[in-house]
Design a protein around this ligand. Structure first.
Ligand code: 4AD
Ligand code: MG
Length: 458
């Protein structure tokens, strides 16, 4: 259909010209001499007002056109609007493309986020979700742009895998075998299955990313990852998107620098390209959001050793629900204290105890810790999990065995340490986690189009 995006007429350059626009009616008003419809077509946050002069449009011509949610196409003249810098369209003709009746679930009032989650197919027609998903798109673009500009190759890691990268036992099974009373053991079950072995949805593209990086040098993956996390928190989704760069000839300090550089780059990109959306989030969801992002783009991130972080937490005088002890993982409440109250900015917590982290992380000379870091940010907690990888064949082999992992699943991975092993490092950035941070959305469910969480699949 020939028409022009509302965004393209918003700057006023087409005032006086005749255009055809399409969109959905967000609000409308009707009076004796004139009727108004606020139109949105998804190309920008603001609506454009359509003015129908009743002398030109009788009730029949406007039938259904003013209903909330209706899809219409309007041809008319672009005029200066009443509000500063706004434009409106004085309609010459209108076509009802898709009617919407009184049962339309998005009425004029402000709906709760919980209610909107029950209508994932319509919530994107609200200002909030329109803005969230535009920012999600722009953020994804900026991530690709950052890596492309810096000489990384975009690689596609498989969705179906035979290994559990994080070893946390959160793999969703992929199977074509249903209930069968003849199958008596797990081995028989796996043998009867599609791949002749057990398979699952990937929790991370890292293991394949390492394969690619140890030939192409610098790579990144950007795709969906899946975790059957049995926790119902505002920060965990069963399906989430991860960006995982992997870099050959890079140690832990190099990769921390890369992660910092990338975060700053994408935040600057949003400040430059999503001004209206960020202003909207600043006003509605997180006061001071823009100043926060500006600050992140312009200043250094903090860095603290895990061991020192534990001391900071112990001395905080706070009574945490979960214990603080060297060797225990940091819980959300601990992360939040470090970022929100102590450092008040993004912080890399470095050198975690080996026992609480994944098998592939490079062992530090102390034998107790690994060259791994999490990037924690105020308001959200962990957004990046990062490490230098163990490049030593023997150490890795011992680690795999001592964790009771199935050696046959990791033979190819071990081979990388046998043939031309190099120091290499990488990280995983959770797309929805950083979206929470840049939009002020308090719940991960409100950063992804169709959230999948425990007991929720719409
Ligand atoms: O810290 P994680 O588990 O690290 C990895 O998976 C590594 N293999 C990454 C790598 O080094 N290539 O996960 C990485 C990030 C987390 O920091 C978090 O942002 C996000 O993925 N994440 C989740 N996001 C939403 N819901 C979940 N259930 C998530 N689990 C992890
Ligand atoms: Mg992690």
């Amino acid at each position: 259909m020939q028409h022009i995006d509302l965004k393209k007429i918003a700057d006023g350059s087409l005032v006086g010209k005749t255009v055809t626009v399409c969109g959905w009616v967000r609000t409308s008003r009707d009076s004796k001499n004139v009727a108004f419809a606020e139109l949105n077509d998804g190309t920008m946050l603001n609506h454009v007002q359509i003015v129908f002069d009743k002398a030109d449009f009788n009730d029949k011509a406007l039938a259904g056109v003013l209903s909330l949610g209706a899809a219409i196409s309007v041809t008319g003249t672009v005029e200066k609007g009443l509000k500063a810098e706004s434009v409106e369209i004085r309609a010459k003709s209108v076509e009802l493309l898709g009617a919407s009746d009184q049962s339309y679930p998005l009425q004029k009032k402000r709906h709760t986020m919980e209610y909107l989650r029950t209508i994932p197919h319509l919530r994107v027609r609200t200002n909030t979700f329109n803005a969230v998903f535009r920012v999600r798109s722009e953020l994804s673009y900026a991530i690709h742009e950052y890596f492309h500009k810096n000489g990384y190759y975009y690689v596609h890691s498989p969705i179906i895998t035979g290994s559990d990268c994080e070893g946390a036992g959160e793999v969703f099974k992929v199977t074509t075998v249903g209930f069968n009373p003849k199958i008596k053991s797990e081995d028989e079950y796996n043998a009867a299955d599609f791949f002749g072995r057990s398979a699952g949805l990937t929790v991370s593209g890292q293991l394949e990313g390492e394969v690619m990086a140890t030939a192409l040098g610098r790579i990144y993956t950007f795709g969906p990852t899946f975790r059957a996390e049995n926790s119902n928190t505002p920060r965990h989704a069963a399906e989430f998107w991860q960006i995982e760069p992997e870099v050959a000839f890079a140690d832990i300090n190099d990769i921390i620098e890369i992660a910092t550089d990338m975060i700053k780059y994408i935040i600057r990109h949003l400040l430059d390209n999503c001004k209206a959306e960020l202003e909207f989030f600043d006003a509605r969801f997180e006061n001071g959001l823009i100043a926060k992002l500006q600050n992140v783009a312009d200043s250094d991130f903090a860095r603290v050793d895990y061991t020192d972080a534990v001391e900071i937490l112990k001395k905080s005088g706070k009574s945490f629900v979960y214990p603080v002890e060297w060797g225990l993982d940091l819980q959300t409440e601990h992360e939040r204290y470090l970022t929100d109250e102590y450092f008040k900015k993004p912080v890399f917590v470095v050198n975690y105890p080996r026992k609480i982290k994944s098998f592939y992380m490079k062992q530090n000379p102390d034998g107790k810790t690994v060259a791994a870091t999490d990037l924690l940010v105020p308001g959200v907690g962990e957004i990046i999990g990062c490490s230098e990888r163990e490049a030593d064949y023997d150490k890795l082999l011992v680690e795999i065995k001592s964790r009771g992992m199935k050696l046959s699943d990791y033979e190819n991975y071990l081979d990388l340490r046998k043939y031309g092993s190099v120091p290499h490092s990488g990280f995983g950035l959770g797309l929805e986690r950083i979206l929470m941070y840049v939009t002020g959305m308090a719940n991960i469910r409100d950063t992804i189009e169709f959230p999948r969480t425990k007991d929720e699949l719409r």
